[in-house]
Ligand binder design. Structure first.
Ligand code: DX5
Ligand code: ZN
Length: 214
């Protein structure tokens, strides 16, 4: 299981310190929630912070773009050197075009789906995708409760991918903790994003190990 702490729940006044802790504790990738105040009712951080992370930490960066015009940000994120980019299905008309754009930069390309967005919206281009991000909360904030409706979406997507793109990774994001992680894994998740559960612990190796050894 790949564990991706969401830095949204880190202490932004002590970001470097908090991130060192989760990396030493065994985090596999860092999940970066980029928000624009349009697609979601919240603002987070952008290029300057992501650039600093890239310069200071040797860990893959996973940019989850909760913004209405994600295509405008892909070239700069590529230049900074992020490793994964997901764009929301709900934000663009030309999903295939922008997935191609991300892949042309050599970045792993994914589509994120809101809780109410059917997984069938990605089926026509499933073979072009490196991953799909299933939102298990409505995007915009950390610390929300896991929505069980995500479980069926994960298993249905896993079954579909098995026929067409068995390498497809399924990333699940929102409300994940040790109580629900086992069933999320059983449904077919490959990457677990967790914010408040990991950063809420004084010793992040405890939640990270619990999530890794389900
Ligand atoms: C929500 C973000 C999530 C969030 C997860 O919009 O996409 O990545 O930070 O935080 P928790 O694990 O606290 O639900
Ligand atoms: Zn996220």
């Amino acid at each position: 299981m790949i564990i991706a702490p969401s830095i949204l729940s880190a202490d932004f006044l002590n970001l470097g310190h908090d991130l060192k802790k989760v990396i030493n504790a065994g985090a596999d990738i860092l999940h970066l929630d980029v928000m624009d105040g349009h697609f979601v009712p919240n603002l987070t951080f952008g290029y300057p912070i992501i650039k600093k992370l890239k310069q200071n930490f040797d860990i893959p960066l996973d940019a989850h773009l909760m913004i209405t015009n994600p295509e405008s940000y892909i070239p700069v994120l590529a230049e900074i050197g992020v490793d994964y980019i997901s764009i929301h299905q709900e934000t663009v008309y030309h999903l295939h075009r922008y997935i191609q754009m991300i892949k042309d930069y050599g970045i792993k390309a994914g589509i994120a789906l809101n809780p109410a967005t059917p997984i069938s919206t990605v089926f026509p281009i499933i073979e072009y995708l490196d991953f799909v991000l299933i939102m298990s909360v409505n995007p915009g904030f950390g610390g929300q409760k896991f929505l069980p409706l995500a479980l069926r979406k994960i298993s249905d997507l896993k079954n579909k991918a098995a026929q067409i793109n068995p390498d497809l990774l399924i990333e699940v994001d929102g409300g994940i903790n040790h109580e629900n992680a086992k069933e999320i894994k059983k449904a077919g998740a490959d990457i677990l994003v967790a914010g408040s559960y990991i950063f809420g612990s004084d010793d992040p190796s405890i939640p990270i190990n619990l999530l890794k050894n389900l």
